[in-house]
Design a protein around this ligand. Structure first.
Ligand code: GMT
Length: 375
């Protein structure tokens, strides 16, 4: 198939998932055309069957704001025409789905373009609920040939907010367990671990919904009992506040801010526990990547997280903001090596059984076939 892949190129789960999906589809022989405003973060090497089309947004003094939605529609139209796309797959509904719908409508030829929309999270739970966006998201979901959501939670939430009769297929996030696997000899481990006995890790784009400050509070609690260190990977708007809180709680020497990094499997291999105290999370791809590297997760019981992290099996889930509870769960694992080892094994097994790239990507291929065969 010839597939157009539209996503955000930035440090975020939906763009990462779209890029990993594109890589795998290309390996399977499909032609994948990425259409976005900057090179997606993980599209950093040449691969056969992968093409990248950059969306440029024209400006004019009259226009105070960029017309990205229209520029994207025009680009999709252009790529669809010249590359003979069968399907355009948009990740994150806003504004991608409405741009693709526009392109689809304009391109009425004898080779109709099919539209697949994958919902990732705040496109439904937060941004999509804005009164100005709501009717547009609803319309673009109704007009998509196929709609998928990354968790049962998000499927349900979308139906509640945008129409109980919407046909939405759940295709969970996935990971390549051959790439995301524990590397016991990881060279970075010495630096990441420092002189601590245990490492708690958090990877995110530091947006407010991630509640990175809770990670610091958890560390402060955990440190009352064991010599642990917290390692942050990623960057974003909450970083300065997080640094300030480290000073306030006097844990500056025990918190390492690595900023944006590639080579996540190696870094995750140095972790004992992954923290995800999010306020909203439709799935939690970062937790899945950690679990694939045999790292148990301590998280909130929010959104789709319990579909990924099995309480008392691959980690623990607690109420939002329950810093003490999450610290207790961490200590339960850190002070009990046998339990920690069992949880590590369970985490890896859960990924292999339910979220392996080799079983999930064919689900997307099936969705494309279904979209293409629609009248
Ligand atoms: O919805 C968002 O906030 C953005 C999106 C992203 O691009 O990072 O994150 C969502 O998509 C990921 C991939 O499907 C999920 O793993 C994240 O849980 C989800 N984030 C939220 O729901 C906050």
């Amino acid at each position: 198939m010839r597939i157009g892949m539209v996503c955000y190129p930035t440090y975020g789960g939906s763009g990462i998932l779209a890029t990993e999906l594109g890589h795998d589809l290309a390996k399977r022989g499909h032609c994948v055309h990425f259409i976005t405003y900057a090179q997606p973060m993980r599209l950093d090497r040449f691969q056969d069957n992968i093409y990248y089309h950059e969306v440029e947004t024209p400006s004019y003094p009259l226009m105070e704001f960029n017309q990205y939605t229209l520029a994207l529609a025009g680009k999709i139209l252009d790529v669809a025409k010249y590359e003979q796309l069968d399907v355009v797959h948009v990740h994150y509904a806003i504004p991608h789905a409405i741009s693709a719908y526009l392109a689809k409508e304009i391109s009425q030829t004898n080779r109709p373009l099919k539209l697949v929309t994958t919902l990732h999270g705040t496109d439904i739970t937060l941004v999509g609920m804005e009164p100005t966006f709501h009717p547009i998201v609803k319309f673009s979901l109704e007009k998509s040939d196929m709609v998928t959501a990354v968790s049962g939670f998000l499927q349900e939430k979308t139906r509640q907010s945008f129409g109980s009769d919407l046909d939405i297929k759940v295709i969970p996030n996935f990971v390549d367990p051959n790439v995301y696997k524990r590397d016991e000899d990881a060279q970075v481990a010495r630096h990441v671990r420092g002189d601590a006995d245990f490492v708690l890790m958090h990877v995110s784009n530091f947006r407010p919904v991630k509640r990175v400050q809770d990670c610091i509070r958890i560390l402060a609690e955990v440190r009352k009992r064991v010599n642990a260190r917290l390692v942050f990977v990623g960057d974003g708007p909450e970083r300065s506040d997080a640094e300030r809180l480290c000073r306030e709680l006097d844990v500056v020497d025990h918190v390492l801010f690595l900023g944006k990094q590639s080579g996540l499997p190696e870094l995750l291999s140095s972790a004992d526990i992954f923290l995800l105290p999010s306020q909203q999370e439709s799935f939690g791809l970062s937790a899945l990547e950690a679990m694939s590297c045999s790292v148990p997760v301590v998280a909130t019981n929010i959104g789709g997280i319990p579909e990924v992290v099995r309480h008392d099996e691959t980690g623990f889930v607690a109420e939002l903001g329950d810093v003490e509870g999450m610290a207790k769960y961490c200590l339960d694992l850190l002070k009990n090596p046998k339990k920690l080892a069992a949880f590590r094994e369970n985490a890896r097994k859960r990924v292999l059984d339910h979220f392996d790239i080799n079983s999930i990507v064919p689900m997307y291929e099936e969705v494309y076939h279904q979209a293409i065969s629609k009248p």
